[in-house]
Design a protein around this ligand. Structure first.
Ligand SMILES: *Cc1c(COP(=O)(O)O)cnc(C)c1O
Length: 374
């Protein structure tokens, strides 16, 4: 069976995990955590990067940091993972879903302004498949209406928009290092990027159970106390050690994934129309997080998945639009028309793509797909 994903491995993970064990410093914010955070800050240019146990945790930290309260409204696409919405619902927000663009599956920036009310607090663009949302427009709307922008860049590590790393464009960016993402910290992991320097101090307090332990460790205060609400948003050093081995090989992993993506695109574009294939706008680079195709209908998608499965190839789909789910109905509402969210998501299917995927398997995916369309 060709799986849809195999977690990335570079070969250095065990060595670094062993070093972490031998250092006898296994709790959060040890040497490997610092190395990873420094790597992100240097390579992506953010005021402060902090590792978190997941992207879900990073989003939850972000919602606390921007003071989301009961009755606030937060705008996002419905075509996303549940954590994008949950993090804000946990603080009492109502989620306002707006439609996506059919070409990138990202939030349609032209529909955001109509969804803003005097209760709106934040916009949460999700960079689907590691392809950037139209950030200039989104940031201009946010500035005009005095709103926070929290990027869900779970899939966007190593992608750029007009030369800037995804996750560094809004006030806050959230990364995932889950094993299904391009870089993993041993199964589960994430990071929060604090791009607005004014938010850094409080972010560190919230992440350390609401205490100023971070300032204490830096020698800024001589004892640490409870300052604010907070939780434990620190991953262990074992996770950071695993992640560091991946970040060091970030270019290698990125180039490998991009080469598979290009092969898929070049071969499948012989049979498929442009609107059935991923669209990469001019002003950005992507990280080959995902290769998807769109079938002509939901029925044809089921046929495709069965056809591929019969040839031992796993081709999953996702997401059930949040506004049509039980919790989405309870905690949110769709504003405007659902032209594309339901329709396009019901036709999309993902092809296997992972670091280390052998050429023979790539060829098989291409050939069996082409056979289906022949
Ligand atoms: C994977 C993902 C998340 C959640 O990431 P975890 O690290 O698993 O918590 C959130 N949003 C999007 C868009 C994702 O793809």
């Amino acid at each position: 069976m060709i799986p849809f994903n195999i977690p990335p491995k570079t070969g250095n993970e065990l060595n670094y995990i062993k070093q972490a064990i031998q250092s006898d410093k296994l709790c959060g914010d040890g040497p490997f955590s610092k190395k990873c955070e420094f790597w992100i800050e240097e390579n992506f240019n953010t005021a402060k990067a902090l590792l978190t146990p997941s992207c879900t945790a990073a989003l939850e930290l972000a919602a606390i940091l921007i003071d989301i309260k009961e009755g606030d409204e937060v705008i996002m696409p419905s075509y996303t993972f549940v954590s994008t919405a949950n993090a804000f619902v946990l603080r009492g927000a109502k989620i306002i879903f707006v439609d996506i663009r059919s070409d990138t599956m990202n939030i349609d920036e032209s529909l955001i302004e109509a969804a803003i009310t005097n209760k709106t607090k934040a916009i949460v663009p999700v960079h689907y498949a590691g392809v950037a949302c139209e950030m200039d427009t989104i940031l201009a709307i946010a500035e005009k209406h005095d709103l926070w922008v929290v990027e869900d860049a779970a899939q966007g590590v190593m992608s750029t928009y007009k030369g800037k790393a995804l996750g560094t464009l809004g006030h806050i960016g959230c990364y995932s290092f889950h094993e299904t993402k391009n870089y993993s910290s041993g199964g589960e992991g994430g990071a929060i990027l604090i791009n607005d320097p004014k938010l850094v101090e409080r972010a560190e307090i919230i992440r350390e159970k609401g205490t100023n332990r971070s300032q204490f460790l830096h020698g800024i205060v001589d004892k640490y106390t409870w300052q604010d609400i907070g939780s434990s948003f620190l991953p262990s050093e074992l996770q950071a050690a695993y992640l560091y081995a991946q970040l060091e090989a970030a270019d290698t992993i990125n180039n490998f994934r991009l080469s598979i993506w290009e092969r898929y695109y070049n071969k499948l574009s012989l049979k498929l129309k442009a609107e059935q294939l991923p669209h990469i706008p001019d002003s950005l680079t992507h990280n080959a997080h995902m290769f998807y195709i769109k079938l002509s209908s939901n029925e044809e998608r089921s046929e495709f998945i069965s056809y591929m499965k019969a040839q031992d190839i796993t081709t999953p789909f996702h997401y059930i639009p949040l506004h049509s789910s039980p919790a989405g109905k309870q905690f949110g509402g769709f504003i405007g028309h659902d032209h594309y969210t339901t329709q396009e998501s019901s036709k999309l299917v993902r092809l296997p793509l992972y670091y280390g995927m052998i050429k023979a398997d790539q060829n098989k995916v291409i050939n069996v797909s082409l056979e289906f369309f022949a």
